[in-house]
Structure formats: C-alpha cells, structure tokens
Design a protein around this ligand. Structure first.
Ligand SMILES: Nc1ncnc2c1ncn2[C@@H]1O[C@H](COP(=O)(O)OP(=O)(O)OP(=O)(O)O)[C@@H](O)[C@H]1O
Ligand SMILES: [Mg+2]
Length: 241
C-alpha cells in the first residue's frame, strides 16, 4: 500500500485571549495508506476535528509537517491549494457544509460540476436509494432533518471520487440502520484503494476499521491495529479525565 498521509510532530494552538493559549495538538505524528481505513477517537474537545483539519489541508499547524499524497499542502499557493483539494480530497464535515439554498441534487453534484465532470442523475438516485434516503431529491437542504443532510453530504463525497476521504463523525446524526449502511459505503471505498480517515465516537464502528488512534491531552494516547470493541472501550475508559 502506498502512503496517502504523513504528518510529523504536529502542534496546534489556539489563542483564547491576549494572555491565554490552549495547545490542542501537542506533537502528533500520523501516517495513513491508500486502501486503509483509520478511525480517530477521543473525548469531546480532545482535538479530533482539529487533527482532521490539519491532515486534510484545511488548517495549517503551528509546527510540524504534513504531507498529503507526497506534497506539503501548506506550501502551496492559494490557487494551487484549491486545485489540490479539488483533485485529491473529500471532506464530510461535522457541520455538513451544505449549501442550504440549493436542492439536494445540486448539493451532491457541486464538486463534480466544479471539476467539469459528467453527472448522471440515475447514479445519484441509485446511491441515495442505497443509503435509505427518503426525502425528495429536489428538496432544499435546509428543509431536511440532520440525518438526511448528513446523507446528502456523504453522497456528495462518495460521488466526488476523491482518493482521500476525511469524515468527521459521519454517522453521528443517523439511525442505526443508516449508520451501518453509510459506514459500509465508506469501508467499501477504502477497499477500492482509497484512504479513509474517520473521526467517531462509535466504538462498534471503529472496531470495524483497520486502525484506531485515540487522542488524549494533545497526543496519540494509544494506537490499535485491527481494534476490537473491548480494547477500544478499555482505552477510552482510561482516557476519561
Ligand atoms: N478556532 C478555534 N479557536 C479556539 N479554540 C478552538 C478552535 N477550534 C477548536 N478549539 C478548541 O480546541 C479543542 C479541540 O476542539 P475539537 O473541535 O478539535 O475537538 P473534538 O475532539 O473534535 O470534539 P468533539 O468530539 O466535541 O467534536 C476544544 O477545546 C475547542 O474549544
Ligand atoms: Mg469534533
């Protein structure tokens, strides 16, 4: 398997006030390969979303290096970076990042339109059906429930066809049947050779990924290969502050 991501000694701090900073990531090193499904776990506020942003070219770390597809995204000019992201990366955000004023279908095909790729309505409809998406494809997304919006965000990512997929709690708002379906779709993408990095609080799903990283106090507190649920429960129990 070839390397998709390599991050070395990442530090990320946030300025809280004039006098106060908080170090959220304190020397994190991570690699992930194509064909691999990596999960990131940790208590709320442990820095999972921040790490995902640093790894996915969205947030420049204060220190350390990030290499995505063999390239340092933060060394690119803005226009190059936008192109690099479009060509390599898909992101499912914790907050969905949909365009509320656009219908479901238009939201889903937005990245494809931007990349001047062909879109088949049938492909979109088939995927949505597989995901148990019950709402109207022509509905405006602001009229959808949280779970439905999450499915739209996931469908958009899957159809974009990127080699690198970052997902921040992609199953957080879903019922248990949809949760497993969405997870299986992501897993299928990793089996097709894509690199999937997923933040989750869901231990059962994490135990079906290839590797789990557990964040605590700004560092990788534990790394589990082929994690099983009881090891993950134990790791997260000791992780309680
Ligand atoms: N832009 C910001 N400015 C200041 N502090 C921030 C910023 N972004 C994140 N933080 C702080 O960094 C810490 C980690 O946030 P982050 O969103 O990465 O946590 P998380 O592990 O994803 O949590 P959750 O499970 O609740 O999503 C939190 O204490 C948060 O308040
Ligand atoms: Mg988060």
């Amino acid at each position: 398997m070839s390397q998709a991501i390599s991050a070395n000694n990442i530090v990320k701090k946030f300025q809280l006030s004039n006098h106060e900073t908080v170090t959220v990531l304190n020397g994190i090193s991570v690699t992930a390969d194509y064909g691999e499904f990596v999960s990131i776990l940790g208590v709320s506020g442990s820095g999972k979303s921040t790490l995902l942003k640093c790894l996915s070219s969205l947030m420049v770390p204060d220190n350390g290096t990030v290499s995505v597809n063999g390239l340092d995204p933060y060394a690119l000019k803005d226009s190059q970076l936008a192109k690099f992201r479009r060509q390599n990366i898909s992101m499912i955000f914790q907050s969905y990042n949909l365009v509320p004023e656009l219908p479901v279908f238009e939201n889903i095909i937005l990245p494809l339109r931007l990349a001047h790729k062909k879109v088949s309505k049938e492909e979109v409809t088939n995927l949505l059906r597989k995901m148990y998406f019950e709402a109207d494809i022509n509905a405006f997304v602001h009229t959808l429930s949280g779970g439905e919006q999450q499915k739209v965000a996931i469908a958009r990512t899957i159809l974009a066809g990127s080699q690198l997929i970052f997902a921040d709690e992609p199953t957080g708002a879903l019922d248990s049947a949809s949760r497993q379906v969405i997870f299986d779709l992501l897993k299928q993408l990793s089996r097709q050779g894509k690199c999937v990095v997923m933040v989750t609080h869901d231990i059962e799903l994490a135990s079906e990924t290839d590797r789990s990283l557990i964040l605590k106090d700004g560092q990788i507190f534990m790394e589990l290969h082929h994690p099983n649920a009881s090891d993950l429960y134990a790791a997260l129990r000791t992780d309680k502050r």
